[in-house]
Design a protein around this ligand. Structure first.
Ligand code: RUB
Length: 317
């Protein structure tokens, strides 16, 4: 029989495992899952001192953040949830602040997606041919909203090896009645000739407007640039990385070779390199569709400074 503390740390361990193993995936979803786990942790905490709570919370936060390194949404969701703990004067207030703030983050995150859907749907025109990559809930909601508004659309979705999140994308859109075609990743440049807009999601956007998203995103950007097709990013502002203001680099996750190939298929001397995300420079991005409106990649820095205010100097590692 588990006591309460074990139960709550189980919630943290289970969530960290589910994120690491990609049972929960996508930058927005992992951020909400991280915040939700901290909410349960704080809600069920049965320790007796504020110092003890802070120590246990630090361990929980580290475990959640270590689950996947690239999407800053997770960092932002977790830090939003714990932002008032340091100034809480007693244990009850500290626990309560985590519960309140994590719920607020989750609510704000879901509302942001709805705003992006309605703002993005205005960008999508009747007759558009859209290409997307991987499976972004922000992009999905934009396309579905435009479709609901009666705009006639065609969507090309990349398979997105090795996890093949493109299968999720095509099924999700097909269930809504959208005209959708699956393509392999290497067909991007050939198909781009037929495309009128590219819409992709974001894991992280840096202060200089660079996009970090699923590996292969930069190929779509280059092909779009060559074919003069506008390239849009659909991103909540909590995917903006405050740490990049002070020059931090974004860690690009690498995962195991087993995701790419069965070991028996190749000689044992063959190495396999499996980077999970790539970077698309700001110059290839026409606009970022956020919940606060459509912004240029060049205005990300301003927007971040305005929102963080004095918090910039307090950024933790
Ligand atoms: C998912 C991916 C998505 C972004 C944005 O990668 O790159 O484009 O996370 O998704 P993975 P959303 O499957 O490795 O997590 O718009 O849902 O936040």
């Amino acid at each position: 029989m588990h006591n309460n503390s074990e139960r709550v740390s189980d919630v943290i361990a289970e969530t960290a495992f589910a994120i690491k193993e990609m049972h929960i995936r996508g930058a927005g979803r992992i951020a909400r899952a991280g915040a939700s786990a901290l909410c349960d942790f704080a809600d069920g905490y049965d320790g007796l001192t504020l110092d003890g709570f802070k120590r246990d919370l630090d361990v929980a936060v580290k475990k959640i953040l270590d689950s996947r390194p690239t999407a800053v949404s997770l960092w932002n969701g977790v830090h939003y949830s714990i932002k008032d703990v340091s100034r809480s004067s007693d244990l009850k207030a500290a626990m309560n602040s985590v519960v309140v703030n994590s719920k607020e983050f989750i609510k704000g995150s879901s509302e942001a997606i709805r705003s992006i859907a309605s703002i993005g749907a205005r960008v999508v025109q009747d007759g558009d041919v859209i290409m997307t990559h991987c499976n972004s809930s922000a992009v999905m909601e934009v396309i579905k909203e435009a479709h609901r508004q009666g705009k006639r659309l065609k969507v090309f979705a990349t398979e997105s090896r090795p996890w093949r999140q493109g299968i999720l994308t095509v099924n999700e859109l097909a269930d809504e009645g959208v005209d959708v075609t699956l393509i392999i990743d290497s067909a991007v440049r050939v198909v781009m000739k037929e495309v009128s807009k590219v819409l992709v999601g974001a894991d992280t956007i840096t202060s200089n407007g660079m996009l970090v998203n699923k590996i292969g995103t930069s190929h779509l950007a280059l092909a779009a640039n060559e074919a003069r097709v506008p390239f849009y990013v659909c991103s909540e502002t909590y995917k903006f990385s405050p740490m990049t203001i002070r020059g931090d680099r974004v860690t690009i996750e690498e995962r195991g070779p087993e995701e790419v190939i069965n070991a028996e298929e190749i000689r044992s001397s063959v190495k396999v390199f499996n980077p999970v995300f790539d970077s698309t420079p700001a110059k290839y991005i026409d606009a970022i569709i956020t919940e606060v409106g459509i912004v240029s990649p060049g205005s990300v820095y301003e927007l971040m400074i305005r929102r963080l205010g004095d918090g910039v100097s307090n950024l933790r590692d």
